[in-house]
Design a protein around this ligand. Sequence first.
Ligand code: PEP
Ligand code: MG
Length: 326
Amino acid sequence: ERKKLGKLKKTPAVTRDGTPIMLLANIELPDDCPAAMEAGAMGVGLFRSEFLFMGRTGYLNKLPSEDEQFESYRKAVMAMKGRPVTIRTLDIGADKPLDAAEQTSLNPALGLRAIRFCLAEPQMFLAQLRAILRASAYGPIKLLIPMLAHAFEIDQSLAMIEQAKNQLRDAGKKFDPLIQVGAMIEIPAAALTLPMFVKRMDFLSIGTNDLIQYTLAIDRADHEVAHLYNPLHPAVLYLLSSTIAIGAKAGIPVSVCGEMAGDIKLTRLLLGMGLREFSMHPTQLLAVKHEILNSDLMLIAPHMKKILRTMEPAMIMSAVEQLRAD
Ligand code: PEP
Ligand code: MG
């Protein structure tokens, strides 16, 4: 089976009816890039940069320096040989603590995590932005901002990116001045106020792991409620499909980079919602490609209204299973 899938490495991901699909890899460190290339990824859809910051002792003074980060981002972009690398700015907190001892928040998932943390530590954030920008002189890089919910967070993030660019200009350092900036859609409030994001951003990436957590109020790391963590809950499907549809209507690229994108049981459901960009762990990539090669959008389309209109879990389940039968 693995051997058969291996043959698909160079096969373009296209549905049976000829629609091209972009398959990208999620990585944690630059050393994951060879595996992404080996799996035939068209690029990196999510570089979780927090992994450069984790597992270090001490606190802010022990974070990777701008130069150290620059080397890591440059290494990733070089390893991808001209394929785009989407670097997500530090998404620290909750399930990814910077330093366990520092986590004082009662509800860390609802606390000062990700972009909230970065906006509260502007010097650290600027250093990361400069490092990413400097690496963009070596190949195509996109910037992705996690956990946005408020317009002012988007505006402050964009202002800080401009500030980092100006600092680099003053220092005579090269970068891509037209670097694209995107938002993670992973808080329900963001999905429900999408025009605010579409107006300000170049692209969107749906983080279903957190979107499910926050929509259903289920801690994604708590085993006691794991049975309630359901990607097929109608509320989750509504937020997903409306985000994909609004993005498409506005003509801005939308990807899914949460675990749902790598689940072959859900590939056709996502295709039916209009998703054309999937980013996943490299080990899932060829199996998802196999599913796409055997999928026909014409056969999926007639089932979608039923799936997205019903609130009955059993009906959703059986309809999603039915999608795979064709
Ligand atoms: C997500 O939330 O779906 C996501 C891709 O990001 P992370 O799992 O790193 O929070
Ligand atoms: Mg997330």
